[in-house]
Design a protein around this ligand. Structure first.
Ligand code: GDP
Length: 224
């Protein structure tokens, strides 16, 4: 679990503009300011992500980074999904983004891991419920299979793992009962738990709490 280099690949705005599916990928979803750049930088020990993902215009696309590009056995994609919960877009834009997201989760065969970041001090917001709802709908429409394409062909590899990540856990003395309950209620309501266990990781970019736990999930994209 070492990352020697991370390079920006491209921003994708549709299924047709995704980079070729040549590496396994891990995607990070969560509203802006949730602590995504800090967490990813903590995980990979690089600062590249924050700059690009915050560039105006790049906040509406899936930002692709490749880790270990020069070592094809260790290479994987990090995908920043900054569109999630981006409140300042029109209804139409949100609809377009959601369609892209649904297609991406349902059809991207190389997607192995989806981290959904939630600020441990704020708890679950409407945008987070919306994301869980979208995933649950996908489950319902596919009888509890994540990735329609991958499951059609068992040889295409392991399916997607969805993990909720509570960020900035250094500020609170533990996760507050209010946040804990709102998260459990949201997962329950979404009916996601009907299909899968949802692991919850507790992290802090400041103290590096949760780093090992995150890397255990990351073995899905970087087994070496
Ligand atoms: P992003 O917009 O989701 O990429 O969020 P950032 O990583 O830029 O973080 C947003 C703000 O939260 C910044 O002021 C960070 O310093 C702060 N922050 C991020 N992670 C942590 C953390 O683990 N602990 C604390 N205390 N603050 C954090």
């Amino acid at each position: 679990s070492a990352v020697r280099e991370v390079d920006f690949v491209k921003g994708a705005v549709s299924m047709a503009t995704l980079p070729p599916p040549q590496h396994p990928e891990v995607a990070f979803a969560g509203r802006s300011n949730v602590g995504k750049s800090s967490l990813v930088n903590m995980l990979v020990g690089r600062r590249a992500l924050a700059k690009i993902s915050k560039t105006p215009g790049k906040t509406q696309q899936f930002n692709y980074f490749v880790a270990n590009a020069r070592d094809r056995h260790n290479a994987f994609y990090l995908v920043d999904l900054p569109g999630v919960g981006y409140a300042r877009v029109s209804k139409q834009q949100r609809g377009e983004w959601e369609r892209f997201f649904v297609d991406y989760v349902a059809q991207r065969q190389t997607l192995r891991l989806l981290f959904h970041l939630i600020d441990s001090r704020v708890g679950v917001l409407d945008e987070d419920r919306r994301l869980m709802h979208i995933l649950a709908e996908l489950f319902l429409s596919t009888n509890g299979r994540w990735n329609i394409a991958a499951d059609a062909d068992a040889a295409s590899g392991p399916e997607l793992q969805y993990v909720v990540v509570l960020t900035k856990a250094d500020k609170t003395s533990g996760i507050s009962p209010r946040v804990q309950e709102s998260l459990e209620a949201a997962l329950e309501e979404s009916r996601l738990l009907q299909w899968r266990d949802v692991p919850i990781a507790i992290t802090s970019a400041t103290t590096k709490r949760g780093r090992d736990a995150m890397w255990r999930f990351m073995r899905r994209v970087n087994p070496h």
